[in-house]
Design a protein around this ligand. Sequence first.
Ligand code: PDD
Length: 279
Amino acid sequence: RIVYMNGSYVAESDATVSIFDRGFLFADAVYEVTAVLAGKLVDNKGHLARLERSCKELGMKLPVSADELTQIQRTLIEKNQLTEGGIYLQLTRGNEGDRDFSYSDDIKPTLVLFTQQRALLDSQAAKEGIKVISMEDIRWRRRDIKTTSLLPACLAKHLAHQAGADDAWLIENGLVTEGGSSNAYIVTHDNKIITRPLSNDILHGITRASLLKVAEDCQIELEQRAFTIEEAYEAKEAFVSSATTFVWPVVAIDGKTIGDGQPGEIAKKLRSTYIEMVL
Ligand code: PDD
């Protein structure tokens, strides 16, 4: 793979980062994942706008503009002949040659991008749905910032896999926040989509924002409110959304079958309409 690192396109084996990089030492870094379908960036404007917001919240400076980032992403797609998958982008606060909690304001950031070839359209999870288990959400209180502090998500997914499930749904004060790396939704028996409203408790999903518009266009009712895991057990459907999954139906939660155990009609409709729209 050819990757991008601080202004250069290099072979992945030549892209190295200092052990003093704050991304490595403190997870002092933000990231974005943009899907690529048929060689085209999906919902990328939203991802870059969120990146700018994450940077602003943490007082980090992007060394290149959003337009230049888009150009870098397109160049990487071309150099790697990426047709379907994603582009990962990470910006760390940089490195000042030692380990020190505090940092200076003129520190030079590290910017890295690489491509990942993956089948997004033809996915077994999309066709059959996934199983999730719920667990306590142990993350910090600024989940709206897309930082690389992903240890809670790694642990949650590992626990889920050990339990024979595909992913986790995270719970705080009895209410579902989101999935391990996705936004979470249920559908009531009168066909209304329920999803948690935006706040610092969840990541403001770019796919979520698009799906809300798709739901409106399809005249599917939607209510933004928090829901309990017990409500989810009784739901007609459940699903998750993210850049890497688009929409994946959830067919079991904590071993309880959701609906008839098959991907729900609304989840399928949202997935197909979203993909049609972005292709
Ligand atoms: N994760 N919530 C969390 C905690 C996430 O990590 C993600 C995305 C989402 C969905 O956001 P979006 O629709 O903008 O991708 C929600 C990415 C895909 C990842 O970490 O790989």
